[in-house]
Structure formats: structure tokens, C-alpha cells
Design a protein around this ligand. Sequence first.
Ligand SMILES: [Fe+2]
Length: 292
Amino acid sequence: MTLTLEPLHPLFAAEAGGVDLGRPLDAETIRAIDAAMDRYAVLVFRGQPLDQAQQVACAKQFGPLDAGLRKATGAPTRFQYEELIDIGNVALDGSVADRENAKLIGVLANQLWHADSTFQDVAVKYSMLSAVVVTEEGGETQWADLRAAWDALPEKTKRHLEGRTGRHSAFHSSIALGDDRYNEEQLRRFPPVERALVHVHPGSGRKVLYPSVHIDRVSGLSVPEGRLLVAELLEHATQPAFVYTHTWREGDYVMWDNRATLHRGKRYDLAARRDLRRTTTLERHAAQAAAA
Ligand SMILES: [Fe+2]
């Protein structure tokens, strides 16, 4: 198989072709996809309708999988694999969920700019989203290039940010939206995690500005000052020039690097069926990768 790449945006994101993700990939193809991810950070594969087993098998070729927030909420799943994360509005019985459905409310925070699972201790690397049923309108996913966002910052702002950390809290964005049904035990399962506001992307060696709606405070600043700074950085990082918008078709498979991008889902009519399924790989440290 030979991977083909067609840029979708002047800065990042490419459409990838020439591979069948439903079958095992050879080592050379995996290396080519990894190299393309290092360069483009978002890869769109069209026409890849995967069943649950195929999606899990495909994702596992890129690293060990994470189970997402369900680890804390313990919510039941409609899938055969706990590594499949439900992004959409389908209820456990297969019907379109009522808008008051707890699980549906829980995924609404995905409409705010974030990278996946930055609130947990073990960092994640790639997320991969498979579109099974899409809405006719709305529900686009947008990604922002955080390397370009860093490059474009004034030097004075860069100096203000270097060395600072943001505190990422699992339920901060949901609670800010008024979804505050999380109990003490769930909150305890995900203690906040400090992450650098600026880091180096391992794949490209480029610096990354790393704001997120998961950040509830910034080191060295009062809580309101930190939150205002995060809001300002999010506005900067997600300006149209740095954003790729993806309009979903059924059978699309999009993978992205959470260490170099932010993303959000756009609003859609909650009465229309939407079934997107995510898998996410954990960041492997050099020693683990060498041993694998
Ligand atoms: Fe996400």
C-alpha cells in the first residue's frame, strides 16, 4: 500500500489515501502515516466504513488505547469494546437520545476547544474518529494548528508564557456549561494535572501553544487572570487562518495529534441521528516504545 497525501489547508491537515484501514497495515505504511501525522497533525481518510472490531484493531496499531472519561463516570456503553468512545447522540437502546439524556449532555462540552484527555495523568497522542451516521447539516469538526498559533505570537507574549503551566481539570468545561452532576468520587478519580502552556511537539520539533477549555488556572496568576489569559490564547489559536473545518461524510476516518492541535465539534440538530466513534492512543514513553 502506498500512502497518498493531499493538503487540505495551507498550514496543516491533509487528505490521505491509498490505504485500506479495515485491514492490518504493514510496518512501512504505519511509519508513513506517523510521518504524515508529524507533518500535518490531522489526516482525513475517506471511504473507510469500519465495524467496531476493525476500528479498535486499526487504532491499536498506533499505540495502546485509552478509555476516556468513562473510566470516571462508569457510564454503560452500547459498544462491544470499552476502547470505543461514543461521540454522538445515540442512546443505549439505539434510538436518538432525548436532549436531557445524561450521556448526550456529557458530550456537549466537545463543542468547546480542547485536546482530548489532557486532564489525565497519562498523556494521549492520537485520536481517531470514525463517522458511522452523520447529520445533513452542522456537526462539522474543526481543528486548530497550535504550532502556527505559537509562531504567530508576539515575542513579549511568548516570554510571558514560557515556563507557565495550566491546570487541566476533567470536569471544568462541563461544569462551566452548567452540567454539574459529578460526585466527589468521580472528581477524585481525575485529580487536576499541570501541563506546560508551551511545549515542543515531539514529531516535528516545533513549539506548540497549548491552551484548552480544560484549564481552570494558570501558574503564577490569580484564577481570574489565568482564565482570562486562557480565553485570550484560545481566541488567538483558533482564528480562522489556523483552523481546518471538516464536513463529515459517512465512512470518514479522521486522525489527529492531540499534542499539536485543538478541536471542537460544531452544533447540530440534536433530533437528527449522529453516530461517531472515537479511539484514542496513549502517549508511549521512549522506554515503553523500545520494549514494545
Ligand atoms: Fe475531543
